[in-house]
Design a binder for this molecule. Structure first.
Ligand SMILES: [Zn+2]
Ligand SMILES: [Zn+2]
Length: 43
């Protein structure tokens, strides 16, 4: 839980599409934060 979002603006691609992995819930089938959208629900 020590890894935070302190990465610089490397990827500035606007994420406004429902994630194709979690379907926009931000959580995968295991109840974990979706690695595809980082819990945003969009990718
Ligand atoms: Zn996705
Ligand atoms: Zn996702």
């Amino acid at each position: 839980m020590t890894d935070d979002h302190d990465a610089p603006s490397v990827d500035i691609t606007p994420k406004r599409w429902l994630c194709c992995h979690c379907g926009g819930t931000g959580v995968d089938s295991h109840g974990q934060t979706c690695q595809h959208c980082e819990g945003l629900g969009f990718c």
